[in-house]
Design a protein around this ligand. Structure first.
Ligand SMILES: C[C@@H](N)C(=O)N[C@H](C)C(=O)O
Ligand SMILES: [Zn+2]
Length: 214
């Protein structure tokens, strides 16, 4: 477990690896590459192409994890998009708590980065940052901004974009909503599974997660 960078009232848990205990089933952390065939994962915080400009996930994982109910819903969203020759692209899923603290130290703005005093849905394994790719030409759909744009133009109510871009955002939002996710009004890519408080904050590394979920 990495040393914590700030104090938070953690609900300590290792429940997600108690695979045979039904009570903990919904807390299981699911490896998305293994669980969702063909899902495209481009984990932006594992490399340099992110707003911190350094790899935040030092072990450079090439997959990510979500709690079981969120992973199941994401799989259904992927199946719906696949029928239109489209696929989800996953930019982030589970995020260790300490990384949220590092983000907050750089971007002190709750519209764009979770305040560590509450933790992020990503720390709880229920939030996912996603876009859509066209499987016929391998191109991302034009959503009008890049990931982590952190301006008004990434907000759901920003209408100053071509109709085709607004339609792409609508497709993403409606697909995710249809399977139970809730969109963040300030980031078109961020979607979260409801009832966050049911899913404790985690601060385990990707290596630890991989070991625990094998
Ligand atoms: C940092 C950004 N990708 C993000 O996930 N923001 C939300 C608000 C979060 O930190 O939970
Ligand atoms: Zn997010």
């Amino acid at each position: 477990m990495p040393k914590r960078k700030s104090k938070v009232n953690f609900a300590e848990n290792q429940h997600f690896f108690k695979k045979n205990d039904k009570r903990y089933d919904s807390l299981s952390m699911i490896n998305l590459t293994q669980y969702i065939p063909g899902i495209v994962i481009d984990l932006r915080y594992a490399g340099y192409n992110n707003f911190m400009h350094i790899p935040m996930y030092k072990q450079h994982p090439n997959t990510t994890f979500l709690r079981k109910p969120a992973a199941e819903a994401l799989k259904k969203a992927q199946e719906a998009l696949n029928q239109q020759s489209l696929s989800l692209v996953i930019w982030d899923g589970y995020r260790p708590y300490d990384v949220t603290v590092d983000f907050w130290n750089k971007v002190h703005d709750e519209r764009y980065v979770a305040n560590p005093k509450n933790g992020s849905g990503h720390n709880r394994g229920i939030a996912v940052d996603v876009s859509i790719i066209n499987l016929k030409n391998g191109q991302l759909l034009n959503m009008g901004t890049d990931f982590d744009n952190f301006t008004d133009s990434a907000h759901a109510n920003f209408m100053g974009l071509p109709d085709s871009v607004l339609a792409n955002r609508r497709l993403l939002r409606q697909t995710m909503q249809a399977f139970g996710f809730e969109a963040l009004p300030t980031e078109w890519w961020h979607n979260s599974w409801p009832n966050a408080k049911h899913f404790p904050i985690l601060n385990v590394t990707f290596k630890q997660l991989q070991r625990m979920t094998k």
